[in-house]
Design a protein around this ligand. Structure first.
Ligand code: GLU
Ligand code: MG
Length: 439
C-alpha cells in the first residue's frame, strides 16, 4: 500500500467517511471542497476542480477582478497535503486536510497562498540556513448570554462554560495539536487558545484547524461564535479579536532570539530579521489586518498593537519581544500583535518571512525599544489607521511585491480595494454586523 492508500485505510477503519479539503482565500475566508474518503486517492492524483475566481471573492461572497483573475473561465486543481491529514474530533466521521492549488496542467499556480508561504519558508532555509518557528494565538467571541458575561480573565466564566472549554481543549489534543493554554479574554464571551509553535506553513495550517475545531465544538454546544476583528457592535468601546503571530528564527537547534549581543541578548541575525518585519509592518497590515473592520479593532490602549514601535514585553507595541526565562531560552520569541482573524494566515507567514529576509539581506537594525503605553507620546507613530493607507503601503512595498509576485499581489490588492469600496458608506455598527459571522 502506498502512503495515500494507508491513509485511506486508517480513515476508513476509524469510521471517517468524508474529508474536507480547505484553502483560505484572499478575503480571509476558509473555502472548501469535500470528498468521500474513497475518493481521496483521486484527489491526490488528479486534484479536485475549483474555479480561480475564488481568488477575487470578497467577504460577502461577491466578486471583483484583478488584472489576471476574474470571470467564469478556467480551472484549478486542489491537491490535499496528506502530511496534515487530521481526523476531526468535533465532527464525527470527518477528516480534514489543507490543499495546495495547482493549474489544470499541474504547473504551480502563482496565486496559491500556501505555496507562497512555503516558498518563503524554503528561502529562509536555503539562503540563511534559518528555520522559523511560528504560532498563532486564536481569539474568539462566543455568544453564550449570561454564561459568557463573567469578568475578564475571570474563573467565573470558565466555570460557567466548563464543559465547552474542556471540549475545545480536548478536541485540539485529540487531533494531535498541543494546546498551550485557554483563557477567558477581556471582552464579554471572549476566549483565547494558543498552540505549540511549528514551522510556518504548518502554523498557518494549524490556525485554520484551530478555528474550525473551535467552530465545531461551539456548534455542538449550540453557541454562535465569531472570529471577526470586531464581534459585537456594543464592543466598539471594548476589544476585538486578535490573531497574534509568535515567531523565532533558529539555526542548528539554537534559538537566535537569545545568546547574542543585540538588544535584550538577541543575536544580530534575529535583530536584522525583526528589523525587516518592523520596517514592513505598515505594508504587512494589508495582509494581517486586511478588512475595513480590522481598523475598528486596531486602536491604541487595547493591546492590539496600534503603534509602530517595538518593546520588551510591551503589550501595546506592534512588535513585542518576549525574552523567555533564563532556563527556557527556547521560549524567547517575538509577537506581532497587530494581526487579526480576518487575515489569510498563509499570506501572513509568507509576508512576514519575506520582510524578515529583506532585513537579513540589508543588515537592518531595530530602533530603540519603547516601554509603557505609546498612546499620545510625541515621536511615536501609529500604524495605518485605516485600510486604504495599509493598501497603499503594500502596493508600494518592493519587498512584498517581489516575494508575492504580480499575480498574487494583484489579486490581494483587488480584493482589499473592493472591500474598501463595499463598505465605503457603512457605519461601524453595520460593518461589524456584515463581517461578524463571515470568518
Ligand atoms: N484582544 C486583543 C486584540 O485585539 C489582544 C489581547 C491580548 O493581548 O491577548 O488583539
Ligand atoms: Mg489575547
Amino acid at each position: 500500500m502506498d502512503h495515500t492508500q494507508q491513509a485511506m485505510a486508517r480513515l476508513t477503519s476509524a469510521g471517517v467517511g468524508c474529508v474536507a479539503l480547505t484553502w483560505v482565500d484572499n478575503a480571509g475566508i476558509t473555502r472548501v471542497k469535500t470528498v468521500p474518503t474513497a475518493r481521496l486517492k483521486d484527489a491526490v492524483r488528479d486534484g479536485v476542480g475549483m474555479s480561480p475566481v475564488f481568488d477575487v471573492y470578497l467577504v460577502d461572497d461577491s466578486m471583483t477582478e484583478s488584472p489576471a483573475i476574474g470571470g467564469p473561465d478556467g480551472d484549478l486543481r486542489l491537491v490535499p497535503d496528506l502530511d496534515r491529514l487530521t481526523t476531526l474530533a468535533a465532527q464525527p466521521g470527518w477528516a480534514w486536510a489543507p490543499v495546495d492549488r495547482f493549474q489544470a496542467s499541474r504547473a504551480p499556480y502563482p496565486g496559491c497562498q500556501r505555496s507562497f508561504a512555503r516558498r518563503q519558508q524554503e528561502l529562509a532555509s536555503a539562503e540563511f540556513g534559518i528555520e522559523l518557528l511560528m504560532g498563532f494565538e486564536t481569539e474568539w467571541v462566543v455568544d453564550a448570554g449570561a454564561r459568557g458575561s463573567g469578568p475578564a480573565y475571570g474563573m467565573a466564566r470558565v466555570v460557567a462554560l466548563s464543559d465547552y472549554l474542556r471540549e475545545v481543549t480536548e478536541a485540539l489534543g485529540a487531533q494531535g495539536l498541543v494546546p498551550l493554554q485557554v483563557h477567558p479574554e477581556y471582552a464579554v464571551g471572549q476566549f483565547e487558545v494558543s498552540v505549540a509553535a511549528t514551522g510556518p506553513v504548518a502554523a498557518a495550517d494549524l490556525a485554520v484547524l484551530v478555528r474550525e475545531t473551535v467552530r465545531g465544538v461551539s456548534a455542538r454546544h449550540g453557541l454562535p461564535v465569531s472570529f471577526a476583528p470586531m464581534a459585537v457592535a456594543e464592543g466598539l468601546e471594548g476589544l476585538g479579536n486578535g490573531r497574534h503571530l509568535h515567531l523565532s528564527p533558529w539555526r542548528d537547534g539554537k534559538n537566535l532570539c537569545r545568546g547574542g549581543d543585540g538588544p535584550f541578548s538577541m543575536t544580530g541575525e534575529c535583530e536584522a530579521f525583526l528589523a525587516g518585519v518592523f520596517r514592513e509592518l505598515p505594508a504587512l497590515l494589508a495582509l494581517g489586518a486586511p478588512s475595513p473592520a480590522s481598523y475598528l479593532r486596531l486602536r491604541p490602549s487595547r493591546w492590539a498593537g496600534a503603534h509602530h514601535c517595538w518593546g520588551l514585553e510591551n503589550r501595546e507595541a506592534a512588535l513585542r519581544f518576549v525574552a523567555g526565562s533564563p532556563d527556557d531560552l527556547g521560549g524567547a520569541n517575538a509577537e506581532v500583535k497587530s494581526f487579526d482573524g480576518a487575515a489569510n494566515p498563509y499570506l501572513v507567514v509568507g509576508g512576514v518571512i519575506a520582510a524578515g529576509l529583506a532585513g537579513l539581506r540589508e543588515g537592518l537594525t531595530l530602533p530603540p525599544p519603547v516601554s509603557g503605553d505609546p498612546a499620545g507620546r510625541p515621536g511615536l507613530r501609529r500604524l495605518p489607521t485605516e485600510l486604504p493607507a495599509a493598501i497603499g503601503q503594500l502596493a508600494d512595498s518592493a519587498v512584498l511585491r517581489e516575494a508575492m509576485g504580480e499575480e498574487l499581489l494583484g489579486a490581494v490588492l483587488a480584493v482589499r480595494r473592493a472591500e474598501v469600496e463595499l463598505f465605503a458608506s457603512t457605519t461601524p455598527e453595520e460593518l461589524v454586523e456584515a463581517t461578524r459571522d463571515r470568518y
